[in-house]
Design a protein around this ligand. Structure first.
Ligand code: ADP
Ligand code: ADP
Length: 233
């Protein structure tokens, strides 16, 4: 599903490499947790899978990232976004509409989804993330955690085969964080959605992820079973 070969990336103007010689294969249906210290390259890895690197953030890019056989460098970002749904850490930059409903509908309409299906997907995405009650609210009246759920709902509505999420629970309390991971598990089990999630709450990863990637200084320090590293939960 995702094939990363000898990937190195240095942001334009940066001194050092954010990613260095990363090799990784992610199969359909994998549930991968990513941890590592600040600056280890976790966000850049998420960007690389979604094509944000090198299409949005340019720099020195070596190696290759293939998603469903398509080289991300040669694939248009909007085309890639149909396969890879990305939820970034900087939620504010991801939210563009005035209201919750408009935000969730935006992507669907952009891709020319028929009207009845838009309505259906909207309701379903709001239900899945538990924010039906926020449907008509203006985004600028929401808390950080609520915005995080809106960003997730907007991506879920597109039903991507691959979901990459960068600290999706960063603004959420323990209960909501758990609900998000239960939702990810449901998508993973019911639809075979491939999940790659950066998460600092190790207990969540030990419970929900099957595989763990530990990033260190732009490289992969560990990649294997969650239980081998974190023990049984
Ligand atoms: P993490 O998510 O693990 O904290 P990042 O991928 O954000 O790590 O960062 C890896 C390295 O790339 C850091 O040295 C960081 O300063 C640098 N970096 C990240 N984003 C940018 C950017 N937009 N422009 C320049 N350098 C960046
Ligand atoms: P749809 O055209 O609505 O996706 P399907 O028959 O493919 O219809 O799916 C049956 C149900 O499962 C629908 O409610 C659909 O929205 C949901 N579903 C299917 N695939 C996904 C997915 N990848 N993510 C979330 N929900 C999905």
């Amino acid at each position: 599903m995702i094939r990363i070969r000898d990937l190195s990336f240095k942001y334009q103007g940066d001194e050092g490499f954010a990613l260095q010689n990363v090799d990784m294969d992610i199969a359909k249906g994998d549930f991968v947790g990513v941890i590592g210290a600040s600056g280890a390259g976790k966000s850049t890895l998420i960007y690389a899978i979604g094509g944000v690197v090198p299409h949005h953030y340019t720099g020195d890019f070596y190696g290759s990232v293939c998603v469903k056989g398509q080289d991300t460098v040669e694939t248009r970002p909007d085309e890639l976004a149909l396969t890879v749904g990305s939820v970034f850490q900087d939620i504010e930059s991801q939210l563009t509409a005035m209201t919750v409903e408009d935000e969730v509908i935006f992507g669907l309409e952009n891709y020319g989804t028929p009207r009845e299906l838009v309505a259906q997907r909207l309701v379903q995405a709001l239900e899945m993330t538990g924010i039906e009650n926020l449907r008509h609210r203006a985004l600028d009246t929401l808390s950080g955690g609520q915005k995080q759920k809106v960003a997730i709902a907007a991506i879920l509505a597109l039903q991507p085969e691959i979901l990459v999420l960068d600290e999706p629970t960063g603004e959420l309390d323990p209960r909501s964080s758990r609900q998000i991971f239960e939702l990810l598990r449901k998508l993973n089990r019911d639809y075979g959605t491939t999940i790659v999630v950066v998460e600092q709450k190790i207990m969540l990863l030990s419970e929900f992820a099957g595989r763990l990637v530990v990033m260190e200084k732009g490289g992969v320090a560990y990649d294997g079973g969650v239980r081998e590293v974190l023990g049984h939960s």
